[in-house]
Design a binder for this molecule. Structure first.
Ligand code: SF4
Ligand code: MG
Length: 330
């Protein structure tokens, strides 16, 4: 709620603070238990920063991270806890990273990699550790004997399975998957996505699925949150949002989603003018106005609030009610 992360922008030899990078700017979003909420937008829109704030890898500048503990039904603000109080929650929220090559230490065996959180947090002895790692490897489609081997013995898809096993080691409630299949070959992407779906069902997992790939998001997500320069510009159930976007930025993103049916008449791709706004110089008014084909005078001066346009559908556009925007496959 109101989650904000500003980084100081330093310039010159003395590193004087010359401004703020408004990476995440007052974001409200809700991730219901056992659902998948996708966070989408072009690179630099703040989605990864937001994911890292949830785990307090980055300290939020302002706002709350309200986490409902299934054990007692109580809600705790993770942003307000000190390190000691935060520790038990660190095992409840885990992350799967984009690059399975960079995120696994090449000098550690899979036993060490997947077992590390168990060793550190649960203090398991050798035998128990091996048993649990074997079970985790099985669950992600690898074999127990793989635990003796090093990451370089595995393909990209297999390494991402290792990354997922490591994320699941402490039985988290929420998994933040940041571009979890973006670095993988198209041929193995579907396997990893299906694994994530199966694990969600088996382990009652909740996903915050960060991705710039709207084809993948359509397959994975129950709900979508679209971000633009650190702010939420649209939210809604996936099928509704894809069928009829309410924000011109969403319309442009959707126009680039490939249609799985090659014979279908393609809608024209909307090529946005200009670049993604620089989060250290967010435009006045609607941050999207310099690129928006529907912009009017008011857009350059007045910031559109994120508001409910229809039940369950929010958008931050002054004209969301009247624009007839195109979705996909509708
Ligand atoms: Fe475009 Fe104006 Fe809507 Fe912003 S508020 S998205 S500039 S029409
Ligand atoms: Mg990113």
């Amino acid at each position: 709620r109101g989650l904000t992360k500003h980084f100081p922008l330093r310039r010159g030899l003395l590193g004087r603070v010359a401004g703020q990078v408004r990476a995440v700017d007052g974001v409200d979003l809700r991730v219901p238990a056992r659902r998948t909420v996708a966070l989408v937008g072009e690179s630099g829109c703040g989605k990864s920063t937001l994911g890292r704030c949830l785990l307090r890898v980055y300290e939020p500048t302002a706002g709350q991270i309200l986490f409902r503990n299934p054990a007692d039904g109580g809600t705790v603000d993770l942003a307000a806890l000190d390190e000691a109080a935060l520790k038990p929650y660190r095992s409840q929220i885990r992350m799967v990273f984009q690059d399975p090559f960079a995120s696994l230490n090449p000098r550690m065996t899979l036993l060490q990699i997947v077992g590390e959180p168990l060793r550190v947090n649960r203090g398991l002895g050798r035998e128990e550790l091996e048993e649990q790692v074997a079970e985790l490897l099985r669950r992600v489609g690898l074999r127990p004997e793989h635990m003796r081997r090093y990451p370089n013995a595995f393909s990209g898809g297999q390494r991402q399975r290792v990354g997922i096993a490591r994320a699941l080691a402490l039985s988290p409630r929420l998994v933040v998957a940041d571009e979890a299949v973006s670095a993988l070959d198209v041929s193995v992407r579907a396997q990893i996505l299906n694994l994530l779906k199966d694990l969600q069902d088996e382990e009652d997992l909740t996903y915050l699925f960060i991705s710039h790939d709207l084809g993948v998001v359509e397959y994975m997500a129950d709900e979508v949150v679209v971000m633009y320069v650190g702010r939420v510009v649209e939210t809604g159930a996936t099928d509704e949002l894809y069928g009829r976007p309410l924000h011109p930025y969403t319309e442009a993103l959707l126009s680039a989603v490939p249609d799985p049916d090659p014979t279908a008449r393609r809608q024209e791709r909307i090529v946005l003018r200009g670049e993604v706004a620089d989060p250290s110089r967010v435009p006045a008014g609607c941050p999207f106005h310099p690129r928006c084909f529907h912009a009017r005078d008011r857009c350059a001066t007045e910031v559109p609030a994120l508001r409910e346009i229809r039940p369950g559908r929010k958008a931050a556009c002054h004209f969301a009610e009247e624009l007839e925007l195109r979705g996909v496959r509708s």
